[in-house]
Design a protein around this ligand. Structure first.
Ligand code: NDP
Length: 370
């Protein structure tokens, strides 16, 4: 694989700016017009509850892919535009991310000085406030920016993958590995949009402020690094045995069942703490923490499922190079760090109830190992 990427490939052109702005404009306008279920978020630290237009994401995605398909048929847009201009789009998105973070930083400082009810949090450490953010749920023209950015990132990931797929068709190099990778990621992203509502109770939405870390994570990291395997497969040929394909499908399936099952159980529990888990009344600690189902196996079984899924996205690339394993390795580090931070947050919030939960469920992510 030729890793020598010319520097000029990263210089944003008017074209890449136009592609990115059209994409955001589409998400903002169509996202406000299309019908979608309005979901109330969890009660935040300041007692407020935000409203999210959920399940619009799936409609937005299907409509966008259909529009792009029609555009490609009419030679109005090239299906390989993203794979041809990948580095340019990456640097343009990065610059946009910097710009947004500075706007958020300045408006956050201003609303802090004005004592805004959105409870901005300024520590005084410039770098920290810029990196971790000041505002918990900044809004722009009625749009929740955090929710918007993660939607843009997840959709961007699929668009990159589809463009890479089109490129491999064009090159005549479409392989079994590429099909497996595309299939697994496609199902994962579609599933995200079907269950977009579950996002409203995740750490990013309820606890993380919107600073460079999250803006970069959603807009740049998710679409551009999660798709590394696809880019890699464009330039590398892999022969998979039938046993390897079956094992790969099993890793995906088990990962999906654990990931979706655990997240669903918590979401259902938060809405109705009496709802049955695995056909039985739930074991509840202090009326607040679920200790049955996946949440009785390990305190973050949902992370285990996600890690297995991440692994299944890389296995189609074989084991000849560590490059396609960037995503699962990064996710392992991120989720261990995230789990540690969540543990501190929950220990502070739930005190003796959390201590009791830890006694009952000693494993953090992987039973008998961690
Ligand atoms: P969780 O969905 O696990 O949310 C953690 C919160 O859930 C806690 O702060 C607490 O919040 C509540 N909680 C924890 N334990 C219990 C319990 N036993 N009973 C009831 N409530 C509990 O974490 P994340 O938001 O980090 O992750 C959500 C999903 O997103 C995961 O599947 C993760 O793998 C995935 N993810 C993927 C990433 C990627 O890059 N691919 C990055 C980050 C996450 P409360 O105060 O509400 O009780």
């Amino acid at each position: 694989m030729d890793l020598a990427i010319p520097l000029h490939a990263f210089i944003p052109s008017l074209n890449s700016v136009a592609v990115l702005m059209t994409y955001f404009l589409y998400l903002a306008t169509a996202g406000s017009i299309l019908p979608g279920k309005v979901v109330k978020g969890v009660v935040l630290q300041d007692g407020t509850r935000l409203r999210y237009r959920c399940n619009v994401g799936l409609l937005l995605l299907v409509l966008l892919v259909a529009l792009l398909g029609i555009g490609a048929q009419m030679d109005f847009v090239s299906p390989t535009v993203i794979s041809d201009r990948g580095f340019e789009l990456l640097s343009t998105t990065l610059m946009f991310g910097f710009l947004v973070t500075w706007v958020l930083f300045v408006t956050g400082c201003r609303s802090h000085n004005q004592g805004s009810s959105l409870k901005p949090h300024v520590t005084g450490n410039l770098l920290h406030d810029w990196w971790f953010g000041i505002q918990l749920n900044p809004q722009f023209m009625g749009i929740d920016l955090k929710f918007f950015f993660v939607r843009a990132g997840m959709m961007g990931w699929l668009l990159i993958n589809l463009s890479v797929l089109a490129k491999s068709f064009q090159n005549g190099t479409l392989s079994q590995s590429m099909i497996l990778y595309q299939l697994f990621c496609g199902l994962y992203i579609l599933d995200y949009f079907v269950h977009e509502e579950y996002m409203t109770s995740t750490w990013d939405i309820i606890a993380e402020r919107l600073g460079f870390m999250l803006v970069f994570g959603d807009l740049v990291w998710i679409p551009f690094t999660f798709s590394i395997q696809g880019w890699w497969l464009l330039h590398n040929k892999v022969e998979l045995t039938t046993a390897a394909v079956v094992a790969n499908c099993l890793v995906f399936l088990i990962g999906y069942l654990v990931f979706r099952g655990a997240n669903r159980q918590k979401h259902i529990f938060k809405k109705n703490p009496k709802a049955h888990i695995w056909g039985k009344p739930p074991k509840v600690i202090g009326g607040k923490l679920l200790a049955s189902g996946y949440w009785g196996v390990a305190r973050h079984c949902n992370y285990l499922g996600d890690l297995l899924l991440a692994l299944s996205f890389s296995l189609p690339c074989g084991i000849s190079s560590p490059v396609p394993y960037f995503y699962p390795i990064y996710l392992l580090i991120l989720l261990i760090w995230r789990e540690r931070r969540d543990e501190v947050r929950c220990a502070e919030k739930y005190r003796e109830i959390w201590a009791e939960y830890c006694r009952l469920v000693p494993w953090r992510i992987l039973p008998y190992a961690y």
